[in-house]
Design a protein around this ligand. Sequence first.
Ligand code: ADP
Ligand code: MG
Length: 250
Amino acid sequence: MDPILKVQNVNKRFGGLKALDDVNLTVERGTVHAIIGPNGAGKSTLLNCFVGRLTPDTGTVMFDGVSLLGRKPHEINQLGVSRVFQTPEIFEALSVLENVMVAALAHRDGAFRMNAWGALDAEVEIRDRVLATLEDVGLAQRRAMEAAALSRGDKRRLELAMCLVQDPKLLLLDEPTAGMARADTNNTIDLLKRLSEERGITKVVIEHDMHVVFSLAHRISVMAQGHVIVEDRPENIKGNPKVQEAYLGG
Ligand code: ADP
Ligand code: MG
């Protein structure tokens, strides 16, 4: 056992609503861990607690031995946690290439404190890495396009590239295939699988689409009404009566 992320007894209230109710979650290094559950179960809220967008009322979130609580989003990003949002957060007016450059530069804050030659070397290195990443996600041909002009699926791919260029230890994906047609969904599954095999990046994936979940995940946590009601291997999830009940709104 080698956990990269350990969440213990996390609670979060929004006024009278208990959005997270004593959540525990352990993610093993190198695995894909899916979080599923009906709308409003608290999945995105939990992810927001990992990246510094929200602070739990109580509980602990440990990443690679350090606490993430009380840290700013950019600090958490520097530690090696990258995140794909439920709604793509890209710079619409910039080109595809520029978007990934910005993500790469934002990650390595030291680059521009070097002397001029050092900075130039760094920029060349970053540019190579950006181009390789665009190749990886299949956007190399569209690198000069304005991001606003991309299809929905390609915007998600761009956002994924913006995460990958940072070479994260932990990648958090909130519904990476939401709004995609089946062909695009399958391409994304293939891409995420390939990344798992080639780079071994640990991933936490929130996903509605069961086809995606069962294609990718090593372990699944099922959330309902702020609780993790079941955590198990995919083959044990489908037939679990508690899971079926949660989805039927029981
Ligand atoms: P999921 O991602 O599983 O669909 P969310 O984590 O987005 O669920 O939401 C969990 C619950 O918390 C929902 O009832 C939602 O309306 C509520 N909620 C989420 N964010 C906020 C917020 N910033 N303020 C108030 N309520 C919120
Ligand atoms: Mg959500």
